[in-house]
Design a protein around this ligand. Structure first.
Ligand SMILES: Cc1cc2nc3c(=O)[nH]c(=O)nc-3n(C[C@H](O)[C@H](O)[C@H](O)COP(=O)(O)OP(=O)(O)OC[C@H]3O[C@@H](n4cnc5c(N)ncnc54)[C@H](O)[C@@H]3O)c2cc1C
Length: 428
């Protein structure tokens, strides 16, 4: 898979009168890109297409491992619509605007057509491949290779410094020299496929601020010690569409933070797209509110004239899995005839089903998180080019930045858009 094996690195870089790094040619490049994941490959493809000498260094034995497993192996590579509203960013999601505007889902679809990669649209505008995501990795690597990019695998970057207006990168026991440097090292989420925290360390060593990373798009744990939530741990395997919200959080311009999607109960707590989306905004101690019958009004169902002779349990089990109805309904009310229930009892049942508050004890951690929220502070990055505002010719892209998309293809789209923004602007 690796296009070129590196020859021995040369002596330390020096700038000549034209501002070029003088060293052994084999160890020299216009731009060194660290990390051959989604954003690094995309950036390398674009920069090499502009005629720059690109050196792409990757820690793993093969490039694009996370991309290859994304979307259950079919890569939810973008969404029908993508806007800053689909992202979370501590310093304000408008940071994403320029890069998203200059690389749209239609641009990505055009590339897919050029690569002959078939796609399909699923719920919520999510665009997936219908062939293995590895084919997308191969297409990117092929393009990079055809454009003259050098890709070197098994080359973990361990240090970076700036000397004589050049970047010197230690990787795989060698020293590499570049006029420009791109950090595309992703996050430590899902370390099974190469996620690492090295990007944060290198960015910090170059003077950047890192907003504390935390697992996101991850399942949420419920505690067996919480009497109210413990019953839900018995529901492993139950899945249904819900509306999930964080009543104490605002989304964007004060709008309520909530989504309609599928929820899956597990032995540890909550998973499925609804829980993963909520995990991006959930913070320790925060409450989740779940409406298990979105689009219906339980009080109206209970008040229907024909409902009076049956129990709330019997009525609700026509709308919900029986095990879930049993776990949600107050035991003292579940088996009584609805006609005998007071107004406040009916309201209590409706609240138990449609405004059920849960108190997760945590996320399932980095090993089960699709991404990390947090990362390099976007205040220090130019939103048009992903160029560092602190250090000339340094760009930072992809998940390493404090930009996190919701579930639905938005994180890969950010990798493309930010990689493209950098690739078009390196050494300009
Ligand atoms: C299981 C899973 C499923 C996902 N599914 C989707 C999906 O369907 N849609 C979606 O939009 N997003 C999805 N994501 C998220 C998406 O894959 C990432 O947001 C995206 O890959 C980030 O791209 P990146 O280039 O920033 O980082 P990565 O793709 O992680 O690339 C970083 C690269 O840097 C390399 N690296 C790390 N340390 C070093 C080092 N020291 N030296 C050199 N190289 C190094 C890594 O090996 C890796 O190749 C998923 C994530 C996971 C874990």
């Amino acid at each position: 898979m690796c296009a070129v094996q590196g020859s021995s690195a040369g002596r330390e870089g020096l700038s000549n009168s034209r501002g070029e790094c003088r060293t052994n040619t084999a160890a020299r490049a216009d731009v060194i890109i660290l990390g051959a994941g989604a954003s690094g490959l995309f950036c390398a493809r674009e920069a090499a297409g502009r005629g720059l000498r690109v050196l792409l260094l990757e820690r793993a034995a093969v490039p694009g491992r996370k991309l290859a497993v994304s979307g259950g192996g079919k890569a939810n590579f973008t969404n029908r619509t993508v806007s800053p509203q689909d992202y979370y960013c501590c310093q304000g999601r408008e940071f994403c605007g320029p890069a998203l505007a200059s690389f749209t889902p239609e641009d990505m679809l055009r590339l897919m057509r050029g690569w002959n990669l078939p796609v399909e649209e699923r719920a919520h505008g999510q665009l997936f491949l219908t062939v293995p995501a590895q084919r997308l990795v191969q297409a990117l690597v092929r393009d990079c290779r055809e454009r003259g990019c050098r890709l070197l695998c098994d080359a973990p970057a361990s240090g970076v410094r700036v000397a004589d207006e050049c970047f010197q990168v230690e990787a795989g026991g060698k020293l590499w020299h570049g006029k420009a440097l791109v950090l595309a090292l992703g996050s430590p989420a899902w370390p099974q496929v190469g996620g690492s925290g090295m990007g944060y360390r290198l960015a910090q060593s170059l003077g950047h601020t890192v907003i504390a990373p935390r697992p996101a798009l991850a399942p949420l744990r419920l505690s067996a010690d919480d009497a109210a939530d413990a019953a839900l741990l018995e529901l492993a395997g139950v899945s249904l569409p819900v509306r999930i919200s964080l009543p104490d959080m605002a989304y964007g311009n004060g709008a309520a933070c909530g989504w309609d999607d599928d929820l899956l109960f597990t032995h540890e707590g909550l998973s499925g797209p609804a829980a993963l989306k909520a995990s991006l905004f959930w913070r320790e101690g925060a409450t989740l509110r779940v409406d298990f019958l979105p689009g219906q009004n339980v009080e109206t169902l209970l008040d229907a004239p024909q409902a009076g002779r049956q129990s709330a349990r019997a009525l609700l089990s026509r709308h919900l899995p029986q095990r879930l109805a049993d776990a949600l309904l107050p035991a003292a009310l579940a088996r009584r005839k609805i006609a005998e229930l007071s107004r406040s009892a009916r309201r209590g049942i409706a609240a138990a089903v449609q405004a059920r508050d849960l108190r997760p004890s945590g996320t399932a951690g980095l090993k089960k998180a699709e991404v990390c929220a947090g990362g390099v502070d976007t205040c220090e990055i130019d939103p048009h080019s992903m160029r560092s505002l602190l250090l000339p010719n340094l760009h930072i892209i992809g998940e390493l930045l404090d930009v996190t998309g919701l579930l639905g293809g938005y994180n890969l789209h950010w990798a493309w858009a930010s990689g493209m923004a950098a690739g078009r602007n390196i050494l300009k």
